[in-house]
Design a protein around this ligand. Structure first.
Ligand code: FE2
Length: 377
């Protein structure tokens, strides 16, 4: 499960990995209306119902719907009463990612190693059991109010986690071909990027595999800086952005203002056929950022030969970039909740291991056109 690559990057081969992670276990979003959010992820994004926790499972505090598409599991949680921690989180941030859960073989060990290296505890190792077996979970804080929960599920055969019941429904939707979480990007406050790079290096044993500065990522008006952190086997990749000085407010500034702090900016999900995936998502009402038509006039010159029909890419506004190892296709949704904060990236990698640097300028200009409409540039 969650296997993305068998190859271990060279930089890891001589250092033992003290924090082995098998993959992303689930992402939990705190949302204002979990029932309606679940419907959006099913009808528009192609997820299937998986599990439920709430009044019908004797949970009187929260209601969670778990949806799944291949290896991607999203937990959508709302409080059932006022004055809760979750309610306060939603009041401050709007809808957003609270938990990035990481699948490990030993959640107690992962927790001890992280705490020993300076992590702030969110949840001490806790055994949760039901008739399907036992799960151990533990958690640490990361940037903003986001947390990492380590999930050990080798002794568990249930549908999701103890406390959840299977959720099935007569309403069936086709998946759109989303496979796994490719990477997840965090926006942090000005001057904090290197702090969090250090955190992922020291506490989690991640390595920096790429960095972009304001010379790579700037338009006429705005700029940002980014460093990409990866775990030992490359299955977990967390780029971290911070704003850089520009003439106007950058997209990261806008995020920080509306999320009221650091948080998850985008979740990149992989597909094997981006043309089919994006065609279906558009038919179901997902809005994407659009680059100008002229982007495609010089595409062939910029990236060389590719398997896809450029006219199809032009019609769907899919972006392409090439690195030393191959090329990638990508596209970004508009933000998916009331506040202009989180969005999704759809990505198909054909050898490339990078993040689309060649698209940054066209992309940020598209983002700025959106900001302009919102009056937040
Ligand atoms: Fe991305």
């Amino acid at each position: 499960m969650h296997k993305q690559t068998e190859e271990i990057p060279k930089i890891y081969q001589d250092t033992p990995d003290f924090m082995p992670i098998n993959g992303t276990d689930y992402l939990e979003l705190y949302v204002s209306n979990s029932k309606q959010a679940a419907h959006f992820y099913r009808s528009a994004m192609g997820f299937k119902p998986l599990a439920y926790s709430g009044l019908e499972t004797q949970n009187r505090e929260t209601e969670s719907y778990v949806v799944v598409q291949d290896k991607i599991r999203l937990v959508l949680t709302s409080p059932l009463k006022s004055g809760s921690v979750i309610g306060k989180h939603i009041d401050k941030h709007g809808d957003g990612v609270k938990v990035t859960a990481l699948w490990v073989d030993d959640a107690s060990y992962a927790y001890q190693e992280a705490i020993k290296r300076g992590a702030k505890s969110y949840m001490e190792p806790r055994v949760e059991e039901d008739e399907h077996g036992r799960v151990v979970r533990s958690g640490i804080h990361t940037y903003g109010e986001v947390v990492h929960i380590f999930v050990e599920r080798k002794d568990y055969g249930g549908i999701f986690l103890p406390g959840y019941k299977e959720w099935s429904s007569d309403y069936e939707t086709e998946d759109v071909g989303l496979k796994f979480v490719d990477h997840m990007v965090g926006n942090v406050e000005l001057g904090m990027m290197n702090e969090w790079v250090k955190f992922y290096e020291e506490v989690m044993g991640f390595k920096q595999i790429m960095s972009f500065d304001d010379k790579d990522i700037s338009t006429e008006y705005t700029a940002l800086m980014s460093k990409v952190m990866s775990n030992g086997n490359g299955r977990i990749k967390f780029p971290i952005n911070e704003p850089a000085a520009g003439l106007k407010k950058s997209q990261v500034d806008e995020y920080l203002e509306f999320y009221e702090g650091a948080g998850v900016q985008h979740i990149a999900v992989a597909t094997d056929d981006i043309i089919s995936t994006v065609t279906q998502l558009k038919q179901r009402g997902i809005d994407f950022l659009e680059v100008p038509d002229t982007y495609y006039d010089v595409l062939n010159e910029r990236v060389g030969p590719i398997d896809e029909d450029i006219e199809k890419l032009r019609k769907l506004k899919i972006l392409v970039d090439r690195d030393d190892e191959g090329y990638l296709l990508q596209i970004f949704t508009k933000t998916v909740q009331a506040r202009p904060t989180m969005f999704f990236e759809i990505i198909q990698r054909k050898g490339a291991t990078s993040f689309g640097k060649g698209n940054f300028k066209a992309l940020f200009e598209a983002l700025e056109r959106e900001q302009e409409l919102r009056g937040t540039l």
